[in-house]
Design a protein around this ligand. Structure first.
Ligand code: NAD
Length: 254
């Protein structure tokens, strides 16, 4: 019929940390591109949703709740073809690592590494149990950070967790490649979100001083566009790689 377009079904994605920032932008971009999207996040209320989106309030640090969360999502939306690990927290207090507290360390590791690893594990098992849908690529995409390599002395726990997530990505890539499930990591630079809002003045100065060759902050949509590229299988003969999405700030320069 003239004027009607039927959007191609791209798959079913679970995006964690989708209540705000990069995760929300990613969920929107995936949904607008033909994915059914489960958004899982801590926020008690769902953000505005389209028909292709379902919101689940979830704390990914509660690893005993992962199986039930996944079962609900599969019952609502069908088998997952894509996981986007985006839920993350930064240090409770930015400051000298010699004053870093076990409370901050445990919280950051519980979400950014432990919760992320065990959720990925339960999703990977599910994907292996489900026959791959014809022509639908499958992927696990983890939002790491430039701090996997760049030292952020005031957020030592965050940097260590993100470095470990870099290895997590490679491990899942090696384990799942033969099943046709790719694993990718995205390392954003400085992105305008709630996470960076306490450090806006500092990062504004950093950008103004030439710290970011592209001369601007990143936006959540910069990362979301990268997730979409990976999730729809546009980089078909790669797995275990990471992409630096930081306007060039991850270049080593002298
Ligand atoms: P944000 O604070 O806007 O979003 C984080 C989201 O994760 C929120 O919706 C929050 O509710 C959710 N979340 C936190 N803990 C959770 C938990 N236990 N269970 C479920 N959801 C949880 O920040 P953002 O910048 O959009 O961060 C998204 C990801 O991007 C994080 O992993 C972060 O480390 C990473 N990242 C951000 C930047 C940046 O500059 N903003 C840079 C590099 C990496």
């Amino acid at each position: 019929m003239l004027g009607c377009t039927v959007m191609q079904y791209r798959g079913t994605a679970l995006v964690t940390g989708a209540g705000s920032g990069i995760g929300l932008a990613t969920a929107r971009v995936l949904a607008a591109s033909g994915f059914s999207v489960a958004l899982a996040s801590l926020e008690p209320d769902a953000p505005p949703l389209t028909d292709a989106m379902c919101y689940y309030r979830a704390d990914i640090a509660q690893i005993g709740e992962h199986a039930a969360l996944l079962a609900r999502i599969i019952a609502d939306l069908g088998p997952l073809t894509c996981l986007v690990n985006c839920a993350g927290v930064t240090s409770l207090v930015r400051g000298d690592m010699l004053a870093l507290t076990p409370e901050s360390f445990d919280r950051v590791l519980a979400v950014n590494l432990r919760g992320t690893f065990f959720l990925t594990q339960v999703v990977a098992r599910h994907m292996l149990d489900c026959p791959p849908p014809a022509d639908v690529p499958r992927s696990i995409i983890t939002i790491g950070s430039s701090n996997a390599e760049i030292v952020g002395e005031t957020r030592a726990d965050y940097c260590m967790a993100k470095a470990a997530v870099g290895m997590m990505n490679k491990l899942f890539a090696a384990r799942l490649a033969s099943a046709g499930i790719a694993a990718f990591e995205i390392r954003p630079g400085i992105i305008h979100t709630a996470m960076t809002s306490p450090a806006v003045a500092r990062y504004d100065r950093f950008v103004a001083d030439g710290g970011v060759p592209m001369n601007r902050w990143g936006e959540p949509d910069d990362v979301a566009a990268t997730v979409l590229t990976l999730a729809r299988g546009d980089i078909p003969y790669a797995t275990g790689i990471h992409l630096d999405i930081g306007g060039g700030m991850q270049l080593h320069r002298v």
